[in-house]
Design a protein around this ligand. Structure first.
Ligand SMILES: Nc1ncnc2c1ncn2[C@@H]1O[C@H](COP(=O)(O)OP(=O)(O)OP(=O)(O)O)[C@@H](O)[C@H]1O
Length: 472
């Protein structure tokens, strides 16, 4: 870290001195500026590795500097110091391309972590950055060569290129990202890439399905607990935030968070600290938050089911993963890639996909997106007898029937089985319930969250019923 030169901008002499001293103790060379004019002069005359600016300065707003640095020095990470509780300022700074923020009074421990992360980013900089904008959603996407980690994202459509371009850019920031997209469209894969391409790569990546944690255990799962803090707390337990310290926490299916937990999460995200159940003190955590959802969150906010303040905090930047219907041209490349993977994993000969079968795949309505394509190919490799996969091997009608079928039974269109003479009404009802559960699971490609949705019951209720009937 020797010789790295950083720029601090703050008009309050006491705070400025404290910041300078803290960073110099980290072995950094520090230049301090008291206003925008001094800062611009310093930027023009030096090659900085990191910049930290206050928001309110005597001759203007620190956000103007964030924008200017984004334009003139796109590789220079810049963080802002926000007044305590001014979440809007922090969100605005992140949207404008700030790397991260710290709020006043500045916690020096957190600041040191932030600076280390920023300098790691700078040290890793080997590839020149594209000078693009976060919200340039409709701009034509320049081709981002799918080399290195990004080659894990298959597909060369415009939509996929735009995703790669966004992911590369998002990896450089610490801003919260909301990843939207249909089931199986690659949301978790995108989150992993943002983590792997960023300065937190050596830290943990912890994905958590928010719909899968029982309500009563949520607080303990996220924040941990102290031994003896409630019945059954036999030992101290670390929560997911602590487990993700120095890395990334992915809140998957974030729409399924119950309201009481949304309040607690918001606090943890804002304060960058958690308090385990039964603990007196809060513990600072250095975690980047990504979230993913297949449900549109905005309508949930309007219905009062998702807190608007949490939505505002999580959705600083949105990354949309396109469904296969939006990029059918990517299907051949995806199919060829997965076929190779499957045959390598199963140690069998790789059959070719006949042109007719490829056509059929391109016509197919993939409600389960890439995950469904993988399932279809796994089955096709098992079914194919000759050297090629033919349309029949794909058994696409069966997948279509599954799309339509569960609606049939689940909505009561299909005839109900008759009641046996020696059967009680209870066991008869249980048989029907079991049958509906199995069909909904099949239709949802064994995604329990989706199956619960189709059945109109909560995830927790589904899990209870599956256990009751011994369905795995
Ligand atoms: N563009 C892609 N290139 C290569 N593999 C992909 C791509 N998109 C998705 N996959 C693969 O498809 C599978 C499903 O992707 P993933 O779990 O990321 O989807 P998801 O959107 O998070 O799904 P869900 O909504 O069900 O949680 C994974 O095996 C993933 O690696």
């Amino acid at each position: 870290m020797d010789n790295q030169h950083v720029l601090i901008i703050d008009d309050e002499p006491d705070i400025r001195d404290l910041l300078v001293m803290t960073l110099e103790r980290m072995g950094l060379r520090v230049t301090a500026a008291a206003d925008l004019v001094q800062a611009r002069r310093a930027l023009g005359a030096n090659d900085f590795s990191f910049c930290l600016t206050d928001m309110r300065l005597p001759d203007g707003n620190g956000l103007d500097l964030v924008q200017q640095i984004g334009r003139d020095h796109p590789d220079l990470p810049v963080a802002v110091i926000t007044a305590h509780g001014r979440v809007e300022d922090a969100v605005q700074a992140l949207k404008l391309g700030a790397f991260d923020f710290v709020s006043k009074p500045v916690d020096l421990g957190m600041l040191r972590k932030l600076v280390n992360t920023a300098l790691r980013l700078r040290a890793d900089d080997s590839t020149p950055e594209q000078d693009d904008d976060f919200d340039a959603a409709n701009a034509p996407a320049p081709i981002v060569e799918p080399d290195g980690e990004l080659s894990r994202l298959i597909g060369n459509s415009q939509a996929m290129n735009r995703c790669r371009q966004m992911i590369r850019k998002l990896a450089r920031s610490q801003a919260p990202v909301l990843i939207s997209g249909a089931s199986g469209s690659g949301k978790e894969l995108a989150a992993r890439l943002i983590h792997d391409l960023g300065p937190r790569i050596d830290g943990p990546f912890i994905p958590v399905n928010c719909g899968a944690i029982p309500t009563e255990l949520m607080e303990s799962e996220f924040f941990g607990h102290k031994k003896g803090s409630f019945t059954g707390a036999d030992a101290n337990k670390e929560g997911l935030f602590q487990a993700a310290d120095g890395g990334t926490l992915l809140l998957d299916e974030v729409a399924d968070l119950p309201l009481h937990m949304q309040v607690k999460l918001l606090r943890a995200i804002q304060e960058k600290a958690v308090r385990p159940i039964g603990a007196r003190e809060e513990i600072g955590v250095d975690v980047r938050i990504l979230s993913a959802t297949h449900k549109a969150l905005k309508p949930l906010v309007e219905e009062g089911k998702f807190r608007s303040d949490l939505y505002f905090r999580l959705n600083v930047i949105e990354l949309h993963m396109p469904s296969l219907a939006e990029r059918p041209d990517d299907i051949p490349a995806l199919a060829t890639h997965f076929l190779k993977n499957i045959t390598a994993e199963w140690d069998t000969q790789a059959p070719a996909i006949s042109p007719d079968a490829m056509d059929a795949l391109q016509q197919h309505d993939f409600s389960g997106n890439v995950r469904e394509l993988i399932n279809i190919l796994q089955r096709a490799v098992t079914m194919s007898e000759g050297g090629a996969i033919d349309p029949d091997d794909l058994m696409l009608e069966q997948f279509d029937d599954l799309h339509d079928g569960a609606n049939g039974h689940a909505n009561g269109d299909a005839p109900l089985p008759g009641l046996d003479a020696d059967q009680s009404l209870d066991t008869y009802m249980e048989d029907i319930e079991k049958q509906m559960l199995e069909e909904a699971l099949k239709k949802a490609r064994y995604n329990k969250t989706r199956a619960a949705e189709q059945l109109g019951i909560s995830f927790r209720s589904l899990r209870y019923k599956l256990k009751k009937y011994g369905i795995d």
